[in-house]
Design a protein around this ligand. Sequence first.
Ligand code: TXE
Length: 513
Amino acid sequence: MMNPNDVNFVSHNALTEAQSTPFQSKLYINGCFCEGSSGELSSRYSPAFGHLVGQYAQANEADALTAIDAARKAFDSGVWSDKTGAERSNILLKIADGIESQLEEFALLESMETGKPLQQAQDEIVGSIDIWRYAATLARNLHGDTYHNLGSNKVGMTVREPLGVVSCITPWNFPFLILSQKLPFALAAGCTAIVKPAELTSGTTIKLAMILESAGVPAGVVNILIGSGRTLGAPMATDPRVDMVTFTGSTSVGQRVAAQASQSMKKISMELGGKNPQIIMPDCDWEAAVDAVVFGVYFNAGECCNSGSRVLVHESIADDFLAAVVEKSKLVKVGNPLADGVRVGPMIHEGHLDEVLGYIAKAEEQGDNLLLGGQRIEHDTGLYLAPTIIRSANSGNVICHEEIFGPVLTALTFTDLDEAIAIANSTEFGLSASIWSKDIDNCLTASKKIQAGTVWINTFMDGFPELPFGGYKQSGLGRELGRLSVEEYTEIKTIQMHIGERTAMWVSSADPS
Ligand code: TXE
């Protein structure tokens, strides 16, 4: 345990009534808010303050089947898929307006359930609204192709049809942002959906349901289940009435969901883990690179698939650069998520904090060098972990290649860019990476050779709805966001046409007898 005075810890104040009143919610199936058929409730307590944040009706398998049935019937009826792109676009824009009108409530609930700083939660809801608006533009731009080069009596065309019913399974680290990377694009394409947020952070997803109907989304088009991944995941991934599963979460659960979904050849989209390197060259913009490393690893308490959890530093500057990162890390404010300037809140739950501490212990056992932190901070709920930096001499050590999902930076050194790229590529993941250098050759060489879905040059973790996001290797399958993301939720149909009289018969009376 670390003394809070040994880190830049901001203590808690008493909560106001608005901050401490628990959110109550039901399931949302076929346009109705309903209790789960088991009658059970789950409770979420704040990882920062320990108070009851929300109580949720729990869905069981029977509820999942009812939701799937509603989504299937809504899709097959054409009530959503037959709307014009313009109609769907207008509804998505109204949903965005509805979220915006409750921005503060969404952000507070998200902050209380996850423990993330309130200001960051607000930024994420603002970012999510922007994504809904971006998806609305794509609803009007979905189109196929035509082919006039098939001969004078043939025309071909491809049309993009909505894929059908989509199961969306989302995690706890960015509950509303990740939902917004999936659902508006599925809706833009004309699909219907069953959505299952993570057990710990269901609040903002179910809050969205309260906006859908008034925005004009017909009953059954979006159905929201709250409950256990194990119980609800199986029907959502295997039911023959579901056409696609989009999942964000751990690689191990993603593999299971993909295996289940493949039994009936469903389309799958997976956004999984990462062990993302930031490569620091000697000619980097020093201040900006130090700041980006600190931001990259501590943002969202490191519970971030895009976390810059590895820093690879050129050996000629390694000691000084890491000393600067240690000093800047000491300035990072940890603690009360509602206080101004706090950047790092608590970890999501006790079990997860224990796992992260287990990785730190393993690193020390393997001879890695703890430069900063490494311990819990002494505090009521006890879920705060001090910003941690570990220098490793061996890129084969556990801390260098497994996703830790906490505020833990692993530092390694390299002698030249080729070695840096080899280390960058030496994990099973390939989500994102960055390079810091003023030399364009270094930057472009790294961006071409690193196996990752996103490479940032002299910046880190920027994101725009316009730019696709997803992983190479075991970081995932498919892409979210970007112009083409709506196409992930479509099937291509080829239509071939013959013009005029058919002369070439397969069988003719003139054939030799
Ligand atoms: O994730 P899970 P957990 C990583 C991160 C973290 C680890 C464990 O390394 O430490 O995963 O987190 C649902 N069938 N990421 O255990 O279990 C679950 O209810 C279908 C990376 O919380 O993968 C939730 O809705 N679904 C990540 C979702 O899967 C199942 C974000 C994700 O939970 C299921 C979160 C099942 N059998 C964790 N079991 C990222 N890529 O950002 C669970 N779920």
